[in-house]
Design a protein around this ligand. Structure first.
Ligand code: GLY
Length: 296
């Protein structure tokens, strides 16, 4: 089986020209991190985690370092992941003082007692499992602090995620975010909710979603998109149909990446922009900021 990988850097308003090159290279680095795992015969789950960690560590994406702030000026992150071969999942919501929420979600999955931890309990779990803490000062970038001070709530892209197909035919999905600027403390969005922001079933497909979290939860968008693949349907069509359903049901703005067991992809968004890097078994192409930028 030829592996495939899609990485996204969030759907939203167009990236300011001054930031485009840096965002693009961040996406390409995340793609390279995930692809090197797949290229060595690694699992789809490891690949999506590594791609997501790379974007969490990049200050220009709204996840981990560079997360947007709550109305109180704090950072609270959400993340989830799913292994489509085992149906194992892990999710965390409204977690403070952690940079790599996706690793925390993975630790929740590996521990296996629960699938979803939030707030203080999730932070304690992170400490008990040796995940490195990060202070608010370490997580808040000057750029996000300025946006918070100016109450800039425009839908800037930044939630991150990835879907992958490994050489054994396994599919996996991961999503991580700082949420939306000025959110209430304690708010949890779609990125932490399996079926809404993240879903994978190795027999059908894998999906990671970005956009208006409340609407995406209402529409259970990730699972909807994967279910629309049943019967070997074309992922591009399934992705469009899922997004159309979201628009009809909620008028929400969103984007999603979808991958099927044959390595075919669907990438759609109804916002101005969504940065994507991808490589598929056929027609291999690397895309970023919604444009084809390189062949790999
Ligand atoms: N889609 C990210 C959020 O609404 O939290």
């Amino acid at each position: 089986m030829t592996p495939a990988l899609i990485v996204h850097g969030g759907a939203g308003v167009a990236t300011p020209p001054a930031l485009q090159a840096e965002r693009r290279s961040g996406l390409e680095a995340a793609f390279a991190a995930g692809w090197s795992i797949l290229g060595q015969g690694g699992t789809a789950l490891d690949a999506v985690v590594q791609a997501t960690v790379t974007l969490e560590d990049h200050p220009l994406f709204n996840a981990g370092l560079g997360s947007c702030l709550t109305e109180d000026g704090t950072v609270e992150v959400d993340a989830s992941l799913m292994d489509g071969s085992t149906f194992q999942t892990g999710a965390v919501g409204a977690v403070r003082n952690i940079k790599n929420a996706i690793q925390l979600a993975r630790a929740v999955m590996t521990d296996g007692r629960h699938v979803f931890l939030v707030g203080e309990g999730a932070e304690r779990f992170a400490r008990e499992h040796g995940l490195p803490p990060a202070t608010m000062d370490e997580l808040i970038t000057a750029r996000q602090h300025q946006r918070w001070q100016a109450q800039q709530t425009a839908g800037e892209p930044g939630t991150v995620g990835a879907v992958a197909l490994d050489s054994a035919g396994g599919l996996a999905a991961a999503t991580s975010t700082g949420g939306v600027m000025g959110k209430r403390s304690g708010r949890v969005g779609d990125s932490a909710v399996i079926g809404a922001g993240t879903y994978a079933d190795s027999a059908i497909g894998a999906c990671s979603v970005t956009g208006d979290g409340e609407d995406i939860i209402r529409a259970t968008l990730a699972r909807t998109a994967v279910e629309l693949l049943r019967g070997g349907k074309d992922p591009a069509q399934a992705a469009r149909a899922a997004l159309a359903r979201l628009t009809r049901q909620t008028r929400g703005e969103a984007g999603l990446i979808l991958l099927d067991p044959f390595g075919r992809s669907g990438v759609v968004y109804n916002t101005e922009s969504m940065g994507v890097a991808l490589r598929l078994g056929s027609g291999q192409a690397l895309r970023a900021e919604g444009r084809l930028v390189a062949r790999v």
